[in-house]
Write a protein that binds this ligand. Structure first.
Ligand SMILES: Nc1ncnc2c1ncn2[C@@H]1O[C@H](COP(=O)(O)OP(=O)(O)OP(=O)(O)O)[C@@H](O)[C@H]1O
Ligand SMILES: Nc1ncnc2c1ncn2[C@@H]1O[C@H](COP(=O)(O)OP(=O)(O)OP(=O)(O)O)[C@@H](O)[C@H]1O
Ligand SMILES: [Mg+2]
Ligand SMILES: [Mg+2]
Lengths: 250, 250
């Protein structure tokens, strides 16, 4: 039975997509079979993994019940990708009117997770129905956190949402931990915010922190993650170490 | 009649909130009367402007039709702030079932805009019903863009949404332009992406670019924008220059 991990944070731009892509690639490099699911209508993960624009069918058809995950799979550098497109925004409106709307992704993944060691779900920057589907389908949630004040604020709201999901739709959901991303060790702000996180929230902070590096921002669009684009960079090494720690976390 | 400007981009973390706060402060410094509206359930702008957590009533009550903008106003360092709270996420579900759902903010602002020279609306990182309300209430949209590949991808989708809003709910909506934020002049990536934007989209890029600076990330939570926190920093000067250009743009 594969480990299904939602990567979520309603704060925008904290490296959710980058983490799913790089962590997925690092787990595949270690020999694991990995599926990454793009649950964001912006389809950043699909773009970063080199999938052509507006794939059809995509996660939109899966969330509307018109296709299975197997119908939409792409293969990209050792990863299976369930791509998304802007149409997925339309599924949000459709889902809100549906009974059992929180369980659509959980049901769609049921037949698939057996075949993978890891399924990583890239959530959009909101706590809406798509993220709720991601949290309901997953057994674990990984929270990328940029060590800055504005991103710290939303952590409490996110942990409350996780508690709600655990009591209403998914009693097995656990918080795997937070990953500090876009970390700049040269400034005091980063260290101060991490200290605040440790004081005010009861959350495990996974090591290592992922350093900020322009090489990471260069890799999307070529279909490759930072692991292939700049294999010996500190960010690539950090994602490899994170993958090793995550595997040991069962 | 005040200028109502929506600051929108569904890509997360591109400095929408920071731009509304800093630009609003810069316009107020030049003697303009300014209202900033927080239309994001994450309430980042409210936090950055020093409003206490979970203000009640807030934009949630305004979007539910239970309060007016005047009922919820706070004053912060020369700016009027219409704050938000996480409850606003509940208004999204409520609005979707309502006829005329796109016009709620436009109607709520009608009595208010007369009193201000500028009304700046901070939109959430999505193209959902709250952002559609922001685009329908505004006459202009300002698009913060981080010069990176993943953020470039969404620009086409956003401009299509603006075209839809113009043909369905708000024929007066104009694109004021894009503001390049979090710009790091030391890397080639930033310059390359800006060149791509100019090639592939017919959009005015407002000058100056806003430089990346840790001082900006330090200021939220103290209630002050970068203009007060580090008044002579390059980022503060850039926002002042942007304010001058925006005023000249009518
Ligand atoms: N370690 C890093 N160093 C430098 N840049 C990074 C790093 N991680 C991510 N980025 C860049 O930061 C930006 C935001 O990352 P990303 O898009 O993965 O965040 P996100 O949380 O998925 O955003 P959204 O909320 O829009 O879904 C991207 O341009 C990405 O390339
Ligand atoms: N010029 C800058 N230099 C350095 N940091 C910046 C700058 N502008 C914004 N930031 C920081 O970048 C992060 C993202 O900015 P901000 O929250 O304003 O973006 P946003 O687009 O409003 O995000 P969201 O999509 O979650 O609403 C914040 O931590 C902010 O403090
Ligand atoms: Mg993303
Ligand atoms: Mg914001």
């Amino acid at each position: 039975m594969g480990r299904v991990i939602a990567v979520a944070n309603q704060k925008g731009g904290v490296a959710k997509t980058t983490t799913v892509h790089a962590l997925g690639a690092a787990l595949a490099e270690r020999g694991a079979s990995v599926l990454v699911v793009d649950l964001d209508p912006q389809a950043s993960l699909s773009f970063a993994a080199g999938v052509e624009d507006e794939p059809e069918p995509s996660m939109h058809e899966v969330m509307m019940g018109r296709a299975s995950i197997d119908d939409i799979l792409y293969e990209s550098h050792g990863l299976d990708v369930a791509p998304s497109s802007i149409d997925l925004a339309g599924a949000e409106v459709h889902l809100l009117a549906k009974t059992g709307r929180e369980y659509v992704l959980q049901r769609a993944l049921r037949a698939t997770t057996e075949r993978y060691d890891f399924v990583l779900i890239d959530c959009p920057p909101s706590l809406g129905i798509l993220t709720i589907n991601g949290l309901t389908a997953a057994r674990e949630v990984l929270i990328p956190l940029q060590a800055e004040l504005l991103t710290l604020r939303g952590l409490g709201q996110l942990l409350e949402t996780v508690t709600d999901v655990r009591s209403f739709t998914n009693p097995e959901l656990e918080v795997a931990g937070a990953v500090i991303t876009l970390f700049d060790s040269r400034t005091r702000l980063g260290r101060d915010v991490v200290a605040r996180i440790r004081e005010s929230h009861d959350i495990r902070i996974l090591e290592p922190f992922i350093p900020k590096s322009v090489k990471v921002a260069e890799s999307p669009g070529r279909g490759i993650s930072i692991l292939d684009h700049a294999s010996s960079s500190r960010a690539a090494m950090a994602y490899r170490e994170l993958a090793a720690h995550l595997e040991a976390l069962t």
